[in-house]
Design a protein around this ligand. Sequence first.
Ligand code: ARG
Length: 417
Amino acid sequence: MRDKVVLAYSGGLDTSVAIKWLREKYNLDVIALTIDVGNEPDFSTVRDKALKVGATKALVKDAKELFVNHFIFPALRADAIYEGQYPLATALSRPLMAKLLVDIAREEGAQAVAHGCTGKGNDQVRFEVSISALAPELKIMAPAREWGMTRQQTINYAKRYDIPLPITLASPYSIDENLWGRSIECGILEDPWVEPPEEAFSWTKSPREAPDEASYVEIGFEAGTPVAVDGQKLGGVSLIGWLNELAGSHGVGRIDHVENRLVGIKSREIYEAPAAVVLLEAHRALEAITLSKSQLRFKQKVAAEYADLIYDGLWFTAQHQDLAAYITSSQRFVTGTVRLKLFKGKCSIVGRKSPLSLYSYGLATYDKGDQFDQSAAPGFIHIWGLPVRTQVQIQPLGEAEGPLNIMQPKKTGEDNK
Ligand code: ARG
């Protein structure tokens, strides 16, 4: 009996060649596992292809609900955006895939798991750190990193073994997509000076061609999780799918990011993430009325940590559990509705409300009904300014270098004589 390997199978060129290669080179039975995170509509074709190429078994797992509820929504509640730009679609999917690979490997009695990543990217790190945390006993194989074939050699290999070439081969770009977004790399995009050609985009209309009429949308949140659109309850998968369509049709969600990869290189990535952009904006707008100033400030730091942790492949860590506990607690009053306007590539918040809002009209208004006690302000200012007055009397300003030099005109050489 042959040893078995479970391969994360996308149906693309590299993983198709990998099925054959693992069989030829290591004499393994290959179980192809295709994971649906909202990427490809036609999984039965992918499955058939795996079998045709030589997999002994081909499994398709619908992981959309898992992906949304256990990966996307936690990241949304955290406001996780890598380097202020990337909503982390690919990065979030990898730990889920790692978990499913491990589950299937155990069910099938496989000794190894395999992925199709090269040795230059982040995904290999995310897969392998996660797999080895969950199942240290499993061997991890990375054929595309090991075989050392150029793209052309890989194509030749495919032709030699009668492996059907994917139609996407004509495209100069390398694409990864799931519910939370689409990433586009390679080709002309590798020159960070070049504006991405229109053909690189597929989820978003060019803002120029977007409708002249704005769309308004209301998103309802409960404890930081989006649960309704325009007053209608909607499950997470449908809500995200629907928003991708609507916001994408208005040209919302294009991102051009020169990012710092985990392996030390900078790479230029284009993303389309209409639903992610809209939901992240909306969520932050709701937090702005339901969290205090200090909660908001501290949470921003946690968000940056959390985004790095996701990007860096550290999903299955104690640090993650600790941050997640804070984030969950922070969301207990983040309930309410946000109103957005989508227009010509832009998503603007135009309204927000919550039964738990900390915004008080009575305190904010300059009209009648003002409840703010202005007579208390002098006492507040007196105490607030106390340390400032104390210090300036003992340590006069203007002696140190810096912006306050305006206090003392610079002496010229003449004066110094
Ligand atoms: N740069 C992004 C990330 O590291 C996207 C990677 C896309 N992955 C891929 N295999 N094409 O998360």
